[in-house]
Design a protein around this ligand. Structure first.
Ligand SMILES: Cc1cc2nc3c(=O)[nH]c(=O)nc-3n(C[C@H](O)[C@H](O)[C@H](O)COP(=O)(O)OP(=O)(O)OC[C@H]3O[C@@H](n4cnc5c(N)ncnc54)[C@H](O)[C@@H]3O)c2cc1C
Length: 258
């Protein structure tokens, strides 16, 4: 293992944070238990005082085929997984296109688009060195209880990359803001949309410093240029408070605040 300084104002998708020492884990290492693991930082908001961080090194960025299964390392970026699936005519990964991150982040978040979620196509995950079947892992809308560090995962190979599905999913993305963000800030409450609630309480488009509730998609907290953690946190807390008071709904963050 070795330390690497990562500047989260550049590395994180929302472009908030500061240069921070991150412990890089290599294949030969025993993974420490006292550090928070990050992936591609596409769903994170880093505070000025984050917990000690670690990240899987490129040793975990692999993809291979074995006995009819695709075995993918947790540090593999989603874009490279989709390219591999396309090139090798493999079905199921089309929805990962334009869903930024690494496989590890997708597994931990049960990331997905509409009805497509990573757990739908997952066979098993190697967690803390042990293979566990997907059906034995508690999971649901934007969560999975991994209880540890995922280092690789297995998917049954089904032939037939669906270019039309890919196209349809890409079109769905066309209404997303172009400014830096961490995707949806809140999970959608049951039978409703967080974005609709933010509009209802009149905070769509609200700006504090350089952070703003997007006027394109209300549930996206966007960084207009030099947005800070404090401004982002202020806007998140304000929405939670007002939505609870005015709509009686407790919004839960999808974004992880560290
Ligand atoms: C523009 C934009 C659009 C987005 N659209 C969507 C969308 O449509 N649907 C959706 O689901 N998400 C969406 N997201 C969120 C993001 O793409 C996903 O949550 C993605 O899976 C995050 O992956 P990551 O590697 O960046 O994880 P990170 O953000 O680094 O981490 C997320 C969580 O995963 C955990 N984690 C990471 N790696 C591992 C591992 N190996 N083992 C155990 N835990 C791990 C971390 O501890 C953390 O809790 C969007 C984000 C952006 C910026």
């Amino acid at each position: 293992m070795f330390f690497k300084t990562i500047d989260f104002s550049k590395y994180s998708s929302i472009k908030v944070g500061q240069p921070t020492e991150v412990l890089m884990i290599e294949k030969k290492d025993t993974i420490p238990h006292d550090r928070y693991l990050i992936g591609g930082a596409n769903n994170l908001l880093i505070s000025p005082t984050p917990p000690p961080l670690m990240m899987l090194s490129k040793d975990f960025a692999f993809i291979k085929e074995e006995d009819g299964y695709l075995i993918i390392g947790a540090a593999m970026p989603t874009g490279r997984i989709v390219s591999y699936a396309k090139k090798n005519d493999i079905s199921g990964f089309e929805f990962c296109s334009k869903l930024p991150g690494t496989l590890g982040g997708m597994l931990a978040m049960n990331a997905g688009v509409k009805t497509y979620e990573i757990f739908n196509i997952l066979h098993s995950i190697k967690i803390n060195g042990e293979w566990i079947l997907a059906k034995d892992i508690a999971h649901g809308y934007r969560f999975a209880t991994l209880n540890g560090i995922a280092t690789e995962a297995k998917f049954k190979i089904i032939k037939g990359f669906d270019a039309q599905r890919l196209e349809a999913l890409l079109n769905l993305r066309s209404n997303q803001p172009h400014e830096p963000s961490a995707g949806s800030a809140f999970k959608n409450p049951k039978d409703d949309y967080a974005g609709r609630l933010i509009e209802e309480i009149g905070l769509k488009g609200l700006r504090k410093g350089d952070m703003q509730w997007s006027d394109v998609h209300a549930n996206f907290l966007v960084n207009l240029e030099n947005g800070t953690f404090e401004d982002a946190k202020y806007l998140i807390d304000l929405v939670k408070e007002k939505v609870l008071k005015e709509c009686g709904v407790t919004l839960l963050e999808e974004i992880k605040i560290l």
